[in-house]
Design a protein around this ligand. Structure first.
Ligand code: UGA
Ligand code: MN
Length: 253
């Protein structure tokens, strides 16, 4: 199958570093199609150029988060859901541009996580909806489904953070076969739901707990980490900008 990885992304000082890291991981993956969705009113030159020179097969779209749902500068990030508009735009693109003749698996690949190349071998095995462990999330070293090694059946989850979620796993911890996305043609993410429930929102529309396929060696291997890049301290740059002497005039960083 082709792996369609959907990545929401937005302008910030670390954006090019994040996308560079991701693109170079993805180059190691056979049959890969990157769907990059900018949270912006226009496609930016930075992302346009990065994709054009990436060597990857890709689709570049933009879908701005409505201002009302956008996080304020000093808001804690759990206050509003992130990536909703962008992932929905990508799902619409998929439904408009792919059909039953395509063999694919959909994966939501946020731009700040860390992906092992071995993850994609697991994603490629997803028949309907597959799940696997995610490192460094939910206050744990690893948040994971509990699976039967022989059958891959999921018997429970180890989540401690909001364990009452219908599917207590992170966005990076599941893949959905294209045929399921096409069958359940109205399944989308939503704004007006409890914080931390985006994963459950999409999953409950496309599957049931007892249908999940536990992958990554019976959910015993960690191939993706919920890393988060610390925003760099740019106080000196702020001073230079005031003097009209920013360090990156004419230089894309
Ligand atoms: C957790 C999950 O890992 C996310 O997949 C989920 O969307 C989020 O919670 C949520 O509940 O909304 P977290 O690390 O807190 O993730 O989220 P971010 O990494 O900050 O954002 C997820 C994606 O949305 C990233 O690819 C990011 O670039 C993008 N994003 C974030 C935007 O496109 N616009 C924004 O204003 C902020
Ligand atoms: Mn993140």
């Amino acid at each position: 199958p082709t792996i369609y990885a959907i990545t929401p992304t937005f302008t910030r000082p670390v954006q090019k570093a994040e996308l560079t890291r991701l693109s170079q991981t993805f180059l190691l993956v056979p049959n890969f199609h990157w769907i990059v969705v900018e949270d912006s009113i226009k496609k930016t030159p930075l992302v346009t150029n990065l994709l054009a020179s990436s060597g990857l097969t890709y689709t570049h779209i933009n879908a701005p988060t409505p201002p009302h749902y956008k996080l304020g500068k000093n808001d804690p990030n759990w206050k509003k859901p992130r990536g909703v508009e962008q992932r929905n735009a990508a799902l619409r693109w998929i439904r408009n541009n792919l059909n039953e003749s395509h063999n694919g698996v959909i994966y939501f690949a946020d731009d700040d996580n860390t992906y092992s190349r071995f993850l994609f071998k697991e994603i490629a095995k997803v028949k309907r909806v597959g799940v696997w462990p995610v490192g460094l999330v939910g206050g744990l070293m690893v948040e994971r489904p509990i699976c039967d090694k022989a059958t891959g059946k999921v018997t429970g989850f180890n989540a401690v953070w909001k364990p009452d979620r219908p599917f207590p796993i992170d966005m990076a911890g599941f893949g959905i076969n294209l045929k399921v996305i096409l069958e359940k043609k109205d399944a989308l993410f939503a704004y007006e739901i409890q914080s931390g429930f985006q994963e459950s929102e999409i999953l409950k529309q496309v599957t049931h707990r007892d249908e999940l396929e536990g992958l990554a060696d019976g959910c015993s291997k960690v191939y993706v980490w919920h890393t988060r890049t610390q925003p760099p301290v740019l106080n000196t740059e702020t001073l230079l900008i005031k003097k009209g002497k920013s360090s990156n005039q004419g230089i894309e960083v």
